[in-house]
Design a protein around this ligand. Sequence first.
Ligand SMILES: NC(=O)c1ccc[n+]([C@@H]2O[C@H](COP(=O)([O-])OP(=O)(O)OC[C@H]3O[C@@H](n4cnc5c(N)ncnc54)[C@H](OP(=O)(O)O)[C@@H]3O)[C@@H](O)[C@H]2O)c1
Length: 223
Amino acid sequence: MPTTLITGANRGIGLALVREFQSKGHTVLATARDPAAAKDLKATGAELHALDVADPASIKALAAALKGRALDFLINNAGLGDRADMPRLDYDRFEELLRVNTIAPIRVLDALTPNLAAGKDKVAAALSSQLGSIANTNMSFGLAYRVSKAGLNMGLRTAAHSLADKGITLLALHPGWVKTDMGGDSAPVAPADSAAGLYKVITGAGPAKELRFFDFEGKTLPW
Ligand SMILES: NC(=O)c1ccc[n+]([C@@H]2O[C@H](COP(=O)([O-])OP(=O)(O)OC[C@H]3O[C@@H](n4cnc5c(N)ncnc54)[C@H](OP(=O)(O)O)[C@@H]3O)[C@@H](O)[C@H]2O)c1
């Protein structure tokens, strides 16, 4: 039975991913900032771990708790949304987005590399966004968000080469425009449908030395 760790799993796409991977027989390790308050997540029966991805000590504590434990799949899902553009940028918020959306997934990946290297499938996926595609940037909104996801893509694309030497495959994923607190009520994709598509993409991608950028239906997105 594969073992999968999912961050930011208490609501939205993360919670839907927990349910999807469990329904396919995976043992799911689910992280949340406050697991005790994560009612819906607790109801899934997943193994819960506390993790604030913006806090390096929290990542270190998780890695220590999981020392020696093999992970087949890691899904860096936790993230922050933001639609602001110039001249309404809040630069403290900009830094927070870089911490949570860009640096944190890389730090989590780095900390859990030994666990992935000990797994069978060795796939680390991160929830990026089509808004992080430089090629597709044709309108002005979400400046900090776009920068944070483009930076994540570059970080993963760079890391892919050294991690490939350990047999680890990286994926950057766009989940669709999904009806969550972040995506809002107008979003056309239900979290469960996004999660079902992401499950197929993540478990079906197979090994590769280069980072690939897919949406939840398996379509390749431009950088
Ligand atoms: N929804 C969309 O249309 C869409 C589109 C493209 C990409 N994405 C990406 O998909 C991922 C999930 O999005 P979503 O729509 O499910 O968002 P969401 O409903 O806003 O949920 C975000 C999740 O991230 C967690 N999180 C935020 N900051 C965290 C931190 N410092 N430490 C730990 N967890 C933290 C939240 O935990 P708390 O409950 O504790 O805040 C929550 O579990 C994100 O990376 C997002 O950028 C979403």
